[in-house]
Write a protein that binds this ligand. Structure first.
Ligand SMILES: *Cc1c(COP(=O)(O)O)cnc(C)c1O
Length: 363
């Protein structure tokens, strides 16, 4: 089911650092691109969608593209298990748990929870159900502990414990899979896109930005390949200055510093603040857009990433429609469906208000 294959980078990326020699084939690629009739777009503006929510591997979204390279590196370096880190509803942690199980490896997940919840069983909502079904080990920490130690130190601490107590040699994947190696997943996605949209007149690409690896890969790939799109990254946490700095670091890890590639992050993409009330906290207007888009187009976004990103994009379009006239925009749907279950209570009035559940009268 899972194959390790030799990897040849796209020609424009061959001179970068950390060129992977191999990748695991885990994702269903290429993912489709199709028009997307979101209501209320400015006149003369066309929107299409890149369906990275359909990469497969139990709804793994954008994370599986990174995991193909990360897990190949882990195997190459002789590891036998994985550790990763994230929020309690981390899509990345769930994708990692599934991918690890495909390989026959154990996944250990350090998950950040509220202080009053971290000592009790985290339950089975959304991503947790999938993680626990595939037998991942969950290690909860409080938000305060996460803030005090930081993700890398917590990963290292657990790794030390697993080496000592279980004789494992775990590979630590950073938050969101966003290491320089993980970025290859989205450099390769740009190569896929080059073949898919060549000559079709696309002008812009937009996506959610959380841990930054997806944006870094898309932005660098777009720059090096000459695809020439304007890149809009809608940040769902932190702020634009943070994303430029963090992505500069990722790109430096690939040897893609400004003196080599002729641009830094800020020249390669536009970071837009879209976090609203905060990471993983949904405002009603964001969820209303998610519900409207589902009801009109059949595409289901997620509340934490893609819902906020599309809300950011559509808000910009509605505020300044003239600037978007004549543009052909590709929105990358990065997945996250399971995160919706965590917001069921907040979504209920929007969904039930539509009044579509009836009692079928018989006789
Ligand atoms: C992780 C995630 C993102 C953000 O991707 P990064 O590479 O972390 O910036 C976007 N959408 C979904 C659904 C995700 O799970």
């Amino acid at each position: 089911m899972v194959q390790l294959q030799p990897y040849t980078p796209p020609p424009w990326a061959a001179k970068l650092g950390l060129v992977p020699a191999q990748r695991y084939r885990l994702a269903q690629l290429p993912t489709p691109v199709h028009p997307w009739a979101v209501p209320g777009l400015p006149p003369g503006c066309e929107l299409h969608i890149k369906r990275d929510d359909l990469t497969g591997m139990q709804l793994s979204g954008n994370k599986v593209r990174k995991l193909e390279f990360l897990l190949a590196e882990a195997r190459e370096k002789g590891h036998d298990s994985v550790i990763t880190i994230g929020g309690i509803q981390s899509n990345h942690a769930r994708a990692t748990a599934v991918a690890a199980r495909y390989l026959g490896w154990d996944a250990h997940l350090v998950l950040r929870n509220s202080r009053h919840l971290a000592d009790s069983d985290p339950g089975l909502v959304g991503n947790l159900l999938v993680e626990r079904l595939v037998g991942a080990h969950i290690w909860q920490v409080t938000k305060e502990e996460y803030g005090r130690y930081g993700g890398p130190a917590l990963g290292e601490r657990l790794a030390e414990q697993l080496r000592r107590e279980r004789g494992l040699n775990p590979y630590i994947i950073p938050v969101g899979g966003s290491s320089a190696t993980g970025v290859w997943g989205y450099l390769d996605m740009i190569h896929e896109l080059e073949q898919q949209i060549a000559g079709q007149g696309f002008t812009d690409i937009a996506m959610a930005c959380g841990s930054g690896g997806t944006t870094a890969g898309i932005a660098l790939g777009n720059h090096l390949s000459g695809l020439g799109l304007r890149v809009h990254a809608y940040g769902v946490c932190d702020d634009p200055a943070y994303f430029y700095e963090f992505c500069d670091g990722l790109l430096a890890g690939l040897g893609a510093t400004p003196d080599v590639v002729g641009a830094d992050s800020a020249a390669m993409f536009r970071a837009v603040q879209a976090k609203g009330a905060g990471y993983a906290i949904s405002r009603d207007d964001e969820l209303a857009l998610v519900a409207e888009v589902a009801a009109t187009t059949g595409i289901i976004l997620d509340p934490v990433y893609t819902g906020k990103a599309l809300h950011g994009l559509v808000s910009e379009m509605r505020a300044n429609p003239g600037a978007w006239a004549g543009r052909k925009v590709l929105f990358v749907h990065t997945g996250g469906l399971l995160g919706m279950y965590d917001k069921a209570a907040q979504l209920a009035p929007l969904v039930e208000g539509a009044g579509r559940a009836h009692r079928l009268a018989l006789d």
